[in-house]
Ligand binder design. Structure first.
Ligand code: PLP
Length: 422
């Protein structure tokens, strides 16, 4: 049966094809559809709903704000909502981590903060070239696409994507050759013909590119290399940030301090659009208005962002709880991969994945999971990885319920066919 979504909405739509339900209501880690279907959510708005759907901790302040007659839209004008967010972000996130960053509000999406980061790196260094990694994903506007790996998405640009090159991500080669060896050599060799780049942009866990996690040692090596050669290091924490890997910033475990950090998705704490670009104060060479955008001052998002930070990041208790959720997720993933030849676990924290050897398995498992009441998507260049990204606030009950559906779907899709009758 066709509906208005099929007849009027562009062919470009994608999630509504894999999950053709009409979603009407959501709470925590569950969503309900118009036809009465109920779903456990292991997708979490592609990482925009780390604290779950309609979390009362962010909804109540938002409703009060909406009813108060306060300003909703403010470009980059001053508002109490923005003041409270900036003060809270400084006091609960930056200061306790000894991070000295300026806060820029670009447009409200992930690709907006990446574009701002690339532009700033080029302006600061006076160099054009940016290096990024195999299988990286940084967004769909031209600058972000130029540092993205996926060939289908890149072709969509319709023009050459220039001034960037790809280098091997952690463990891209044979596991024996150090991935950063080539770069180190060519940067040291004035005859290599390779110009020094303005910046290297990296995801500590590649969310879209197959849920690959870089090792802490590798990240430290990359950071050192950047420092030695005067290259800016940009960490794109759009998907892996805001607690997803077990700490607020995904790079905390490695101890590195990037020059520029991109945040979006869950920074608003509610699913409302919001993004930040953070950078060392010395890099703040913008002229006023040199990079702007109409939707930088989304006050309702500031309100929910502030509430989320106060609720979850005022002390270590939420982060400690996350450890338990990660352990439960790991146990389930281990029991699933133990039953499937060649399956392996990917990711870090609650940005996790199960990689299947046979092409098509992950997609079939995701489709069967949807039919049984679980939202789970695939990732990787061949969609070979099931990407498991429940809200960080998911209850043990909902996590078990989702995994029971998933384990049954994996079993059904990987079981050897019965031998023909004798
Ligand atoms: C690491 C990373 N950067 C940037 C983006 C782009 O974000 P948006 O879709 O909000 O533009 C994404 C989206 O998935 C992402 O995962």
């Amino acid at each position: 049966m066709t509906d208005i979504f099929d007849t009027l909405e562009s062919e470009v739509r994608s999630y509504s094809r894999s999950w053709p339900a009409v979603f009407t209501r959501a709470e925590g880690a569950r969503q309900w559809a118009e036809d009465g279907g109920e779903y456990v959510d292991f997708f979490a708005g592609a990482g925009a709903l780390n604290y779950g759907h309609n979390n009362p901790a962010v909804m109540e302040p938002l409703i009060r704000y909406l009813q108060s007659g306060a300003v909703l839209h403010s470009l980059d004008m001053k508002t109490p909502a923005k003041r409270e967010f900036l003060e809270t972000f400084r006091d609960l996130i930056l200061r306790p981590r000894h991070l000295d960053y300026r806060v820029m509000f670009p447009g409200p999406t992930g690709t907006n903060t990446v574009e701002a980061a690339l532009k700033l790196a080029r302006k600061v260094t006076g160099r054009q070239h940016i290096l990024s990694f195999t299988n990286a994903f940084h967004g769909m506007t031209l600058g972000s696409l130029s540092v993205t790996g996926n060939s289908m998405k890149r072709q969509g640009a319709g023009i050459p994507l220039t001034n960037s090159s790809k280098i091997p991500y952690d463990d891209y080669l044979d596991g024996e050759t150090p991935d950063l060896l080539w770069l180190e050599r060519v940067l040291e060799d004035s005859g290599s013909g390779v110009d020094r780049p303005a910046a290297i942009i990296v995801e500590t866990v590649q969310g879209e590119g197959g849920v690959r996690a870089a090792r802490a040692d590798w990240l430290r090596g990359l950071s050192e290399l950047c420092r030695r050669h005067g290259i800016l290091l940009i960490v794109d924490d759009v998907q892996a940030g805001c607690g997803r890997t077990g700490s607020f910033f995904s790079f905390e475990e490695s101890g590195i301090v990037p020059d520029i950090v991109c945040l979006s998705k869950s920074i608003s704490g509610s699913g409302l659009p919001m993004a930040l670009t953070l950078f060392r104060p010395e890099l703040d060479v913008w002229a006023p208005g040199e990079h702007n955008g109409t939707f930088r001052g989304n006050a309702p998002a500031f309100v929910t962002a502030t509430a989320a930070l106060r609720t979850y990041w005022a002390d270590a208790s939420f982060q400690n709880l996350l450890g338990g959720t990660v352990a439960q997720l790991q146990r389930w993933m281990q029991s699933i991969v133990a039953e499937v030849d060649g399956a392996s676990i990917r990711g870090r924290g609650l940005l996790a994945g199960i990689c299947f050897e046979n092409p098509g398995t992950a997609e079939r498992v995701a489709a069967e999971s949807f039919a049984s009441g679980l939202l789970v998507e695939t990732s990787g260049p061949r969609n070979e990885v099931l990407k498991l990204m429940p809200p960080l606030t998911i209850s043990t009950r909902d996590l078990d319920a989702g995994f029971e559906i998933l384990a049954a779907a994996v079993r059904a899709q990987t079981r050897e066919p019965e031998p023909a009758g004798v």
